[in-house]
Design a protein around this ligand. Structure first.
Ligand code: E4P
Length: 220
């Protein structure tokens, strides 16, 4: 399973890269607005900085702000020209799907985002999205089971051998990641703190303390 980091923070990306777990990055307008950017040019430079950190083997999903078809195309052309690994993150709307189809026909990769149902997931795949981002946590927040959606989407995509890759998003806890891995999901995108929580087990900490204590008691 591929691990994408859901952040636009350069320090977090450098940290994840150094652990060797980074396969890609997803950003969104909220995440971008938390960084030191105040204009479109700042944002483009920020995307360049992200690409420099993550290297040539990692994708960066950069989200389109425009809402109507022509503007999405314009914005997408600019974003995709910044770096070969930039994937256009386009919200699940009618204009969005039309744009996904446009880019897919020109071999420009897209990530259809804000997906909350299997019906939307089918449309994303039919339009040629390279990735589809179902939001698990936000479904859980409103008492729908986000993992059930992932399971259903996976089942449907396998039925038809759709090429669209499921990039499970809005990950809030390690259980989300484990459940996705049990289903064989292509990738998850997660905040760094959730990735860190995968490290933790009380028996590991107790074990380390005991080993060091035993060593120090004997070895001078
Ligand atoms: C997906 O690509 C989004 O950036 C993200 O996963 C949204 O997560 P949130 O629901 O925690 O904001």
């Amino acid at each position: 399973m591929k691990f994408f980091l859901d952040t636009a923070n350069l320090k977090e990306l450098t940290e994840a890269k150094s652990i060797g777990i980074l396969d890609g990055v997803t950003t969104n307008p909220t995440l971008i607005s938390k960084e030191n950017v105040f204009s479109k040019n700042d944002i483009y430079n920020h995307y360049q900085s992200i690409c420099n950190i993550i290297g040539d083997t990692c994708d960066l999903s950069a989200e389109i702000i425009s809402k109507n078809y022509n503007d999405i195309i314009q914005e997408g052309k600019i974003l995709s020209s910044l770096h070969k690994n930039i994937v256009l993150k386009i919200p699940m709307t009618q204009d969005g799907l039309k744009a996904i189809n446009f880019f897919s026909e020109r071999n420009i990769r897209t990530n259809c985002t804000l997906v909350f149902s299997s019906a939307q997931a089918i449309l994303a795949a039919k339009s040629g999205a390279y990735y589809v981002s179902p939001f698990i946590g936000r479904l859980d927040d409103i008492s729908y089971n986000g993992i059930h959606l992932i399971e259903e989407m996976n089942y449907i995509y396998n039925n038809y051998q759709f090429n669209t890759r499921i990039l499970a998003a809005s990950i809030r806890n390690p259980i989300h990641i484990i459940e996705c891995s049990k289903l064989g999901i292509y990738a998850i995108t997660s905040p760094l703190n959730v990735i860190y929580s995968l490290f933790n087990h009380p028996l590991t900490n107790i074990g380390i303390t005991k080993f060091i204590q035993d060593y120090k008691n004997k070895i001078k």
